[in-house]
Every structure is written in C-alpha cells, then in structure tokens.
Design a protein around this ligand. Structure first.
Ligand code: SAH
Ligand code: SF4
Ligand code: F3S
Length: 442
C-alpha cells in the first residue's frame, strides 16, 4: 500500500506532512513515486491567499478522474483550508469523492480517521477547534544539510488581513529541551543548518511555565551552543516584539546567521494601524537602524502587502519610500487577498484587482532594482558559502548560500557538497551571484 501527498503553503504544512507520513509508515504504507501508483492521496492545503486555494481546487478537479479510474483510492484533504468549518462542509458537498476531511488540529487522530473512512466507505469529516503541542508523534523526515524545526505553533496577533490565527490556533511554544534534543539529533544525522520556525518567533516562551524563564533570545543562545550546528536561522520575527536582547544575542553568537526577515507589510501608519500590526513606520525604521548599527553587513528581508482595503496612492507611495529608505535585500510582495472570516474582508473600499496588480508590479520593480544594488556591494568580496548541492538549472554548477541567505553558484568540483567554503563573488545579479572558491577550505 502506497501514499502520495500534495503539499501546499508553508513549512507548517511540510512539518504536518512528515507526521502524516510517519503514521502511514507505521501502518505499513510506503511512499509512492507518483499519484498513479498511490492507494491513498492526501492534499495538505493552504488558504493564506486566494491563489493558494485555487491551486487546491484545480488539483481536486483532476483527482476526480483518478478516483473514477481507481475507486479503491482513498482521497483525503487536510491542512489549513478544512480547518475552517464552513470550508470543510463545502468541500464535503462539492467533492463527494473526498473520503476524508480533517483539520490541522486533528493530526494526532489521523490513524483513527483513516480507519473509519476505510471501514464505512462514506465521507469522514472531523475538525476540532484547538490543539495542544504534542511531542513524540511518529515522523518521516528526509534529513539533508538543512532542516526546519518548529519552535511554536499558532499565532495570537490577529493581523486583520490574516487567516493564520483562525486555522493554526492560539500561540503555543514547545519546551526548550524538546527543541534542543531535536536539534542535537539533527546534527548527529549530518544536518548543518537549522531554521527555527514560528509565525512570530519573538514571542516564543510566553505561556510556558514562568519558572522556565525562557524567551526567544535565550532559546537562540542555547541553540547556538549545540556542537556541530554550523548555521542557525529563524523565521518569522514580528517587528513589534524584536528586543534589544535578541540583537545582542545574534551579535554574540557564532552560528546564528546575520539575516533578519522582518515583515513590514506597509509603509503607511494609517494602513499599519488598520492591519493591527502594533508598530509604526517610525518604530520599524528605528529597529532597522539599530540592527544595522549593531551588525552592519546583516541582510534584511521583508513581506509587503499592496492594495490593502482603503490603501490610497499616498499610502502606497509611503510604502515605496520605505522600501527605498531601508534598501531591503529582498521583498516578498503580495497583492491583498480578502479572506472570508478576517476583519479586513469587510473593510471598505476593497481595491480593484487591476489597481492591486499595478501596485504589485511597481513594488516588485522598485524592490528588484534595490536588491541588485545591495548585491553589488558583495562584488569581489570573499564570503562564506555553505554548498548545498548541484544547481537545478545547470548540472555543471553547484549552489549554496551565504550567511545572509544569498544564493551563490560556483563551478562544480567533487566532494564540495556540505562544505563551508570561502568564495569570491565574481558576478552579481538580482536573485543570485556567481563565485569562485578561493582555495581555502574552512
Ligand atoms: N507570520 C508571518 C507570516 C504570515 S503569512 C508574519 O507575521 O509575517 C506570510 C505573508 O503572507 C505575510 O507576511 C503577509 O505579507 C502575506 N499575507 C498574509 N495574509 C495575506 C492576505 N490576506 N493577502 C495577501 N497577503 C497576505
Ligand atoms: Fe498572520 Fe499577523 Fe500572525 Fe503573521 S503575525 S501569522 S501575518 S496574524
Ligand atoms: Fe501556512 Fe498557508 Fe496555513 S501559509 S499556516 S499553510 S494558511
């Protein structure tokens, strides 16, 4: 018996997929190479923007045909979409061939739900409201050079555009010892880089027993001391909760990389307030200045939403100004997508699609020009690169990343994968660079 997954969305879903695979393997299943040889297909879905959902609906349409050809096939859907009760119900009605519909908090119940679906042949739907942090669930993990480790789940921020708090539940932190044990185990299996993951890592530790007295900076300092872990990254930092202690910790650590992903979302105070972000343009800029003063070569990247309800031309131009002022290393830009159930979906006026696309293009053009200028600062410099493997586009090349998370291509040589090398940057582009090794191995 074989399983096949379609995974959409963020690392939270990747992590959930590892647990679902763990359950299936413990039940005697193995991974199918393709959909056609699978006995069970699971869609692990995302609903952060409409585009993510459209991809899921497209896939569901295709699966109808496969199910017709092979009626014994079990098709299930989980992840963030069905965690919304109304969406789960509409999936059940619209796609009668779905055998199994369950939410993100039902992960531990999966073996029972699958058994029920197989036993009674009808549709099984179960969505519970809240989940706990659960350790020790079975897990299938491909250990490579890099790994993601969730340090917390959920989010309490309720930014007015965002569906995540509704589909991932309230914020809850894992115990530090569980996180550290996982990271130690990863290093023993050859992993060299870890990214600590949470919707807002800066609020890590809130809600843990007070006698633990652990915050994100403490956790990061402890991870920095794990022998053998060469690089430590973290995502995402909320600009509101970024403490001076955290800046100091990054400065004083050896493996924590000099890269800060600090989603700003907008450069206009009016928009930021209506987004419920809890900081202003001025406090954001102050934070950037503090970071750059402490760690001048740090990379700063961001997420921005254009076309939030009521965003004026003036608001948008303030965003462009902020992008120029900060000079981000890269910007993940999104057109606002109304999510039913979030406050902003009912804000007025909603902007026309064409206007949002126009602003998106302007933002991307501005950000790309700046990214190129930022990268040019590295021309002819020697940087540390962790070689990750062959380039996807050119097998004669290897790719790796700098500590600041920039992509570097270099000529292929045997036995370099997994090495930290000194590389001289020879050519610079917007999204990547070319380099040559200086001959010195670290
Ligand atoms: N917890 C992280 C990431 C959340 S989702 C954070 O707080 O930054 C990743 C990004 O998707 C967000 O930063 C935001 O820029 C974007 N996003 C979230 N909801 C959106 C929506 N309704 N429309 C467009 N972009 C959205
Ligand atoms: Fe969404 Fe805001 Fe939470 Fe990020 S911090 S997940 S954008 S609600
Ligand atoms: Fe992630 Fe999408 Fe859910 S971004 S948390 S998979 S809504």
């Amino acid at each position: 018996m074989k399983y096949y997954f379609h995974i959409f969305g963020c690392q939270m879903n990747e992590a959930d997929a590892e647990v679902l695979a763990g359950f299936l393997v413990s039940m005697g299943y193995s991974r199918a190479e393709s959909e056609s040889e699978a006995d069970i297909i699971l869609l692990i879905t995302c609903c952060v923007r409409e585009h993510a959902e459209s991809r899921v609906y497209g896939k569901l349409g295709e699966l109808a045909r496969l199910k017709q050809l092979k009626p014994s096939l079990v098709v299930g859907i989980s992840g963030c979409m069905p965690q919304q009760a109304d969406v789960a119900e509409s999936l059940r009605v619209k796609f009668p061939y779905l055998d199994l519909i369950f939410g993100t908090h039902n992960l531990p119940d999966f073996p029972r739900l699958l058994e029920e679906a197989q036993a009674h042949g009808g549709q099984v739907l179960e969505v519970v409201e809240e989940g706990e942090v659960r350790e020790n669930l079975p897990r299938v993990r491909q250990i490579g050079l890099k790994a993601w480790v969730s340090i917390m789940y959920g989010c309490n921020n309720y930014c007015t555009y965002c569906i995540v708090p509704y589909v991932r539940g309230r914020e809850r932190s894992r115990l530090p010892e569980a996180i550290l044990a996982e990271i130690r185990e990863l290093t023993e299996q050859g992993c060299l880089e870890v990214t600590l993951l949470g919707q807002n890592v800066n609020s890590y530790g809130r809600g843990l027993a007070p006698q633990l007295r652990v915050d994100f900076a403490d956790l990061l300092a402890a991870v920095d001391k794990v022998p053998g872990m060469q690089r430590v990254r973290f995502m995402t930092s909320h600009p509101r909760d970024f403490s001076d202690k955290l800046i100091e910790t990054v400065f004083n650590s050896s493996s924590v990389c000099e890269h800060f992903h600090l989603p700003v979302q907008s450069g206009s105070n009016q928009v930021l307030a209506r987004m419920n972000r809890g900081y202003t343009r001025e406090t954001y800029l102050e934070l950037v200045h503090k970071l750059r003063a402490a760690i001048p070569h740090a990379a700063i990247t961001t997420d921005i939403i254009v076309g939030f309800p009521g965003e004026t031309e003036q608001d948008f131009s303030e965003t462009l100004d902020l992008v120029r002022e900060v000079a981000f290393d890269s910007v993940f830009a999104f057109a606002y997508s109304a999510r039913s159930g979030t406050p902003a979906a009912d804000f007025a006026p909603q902007l026309p699609k064409a206007e949002k696309s126009l602003r998106l293009k302007q933002l991307i053009d501005t950000a790309n020009a700046i990214a190129l200028v930022r990268n040019q600062k590295l021309a002819d410099k020697v940087v540390e690169v962790l070689v990750e493997g062959p380039s996807k586009t050119n097998p004669d090349r290897l790719t790796g990343r700098t500590r600041t998370n920039k992509l570097v291509h270099l000529d292929s040589e045997p036995d370099l994968v997994g090495k930290l090398l000194d590389v001289r940057i020879t050519r610079v582009q917007t999204f990547s660079m070319l380099g040559e090794r200086t001959g010195v191995e670290r």
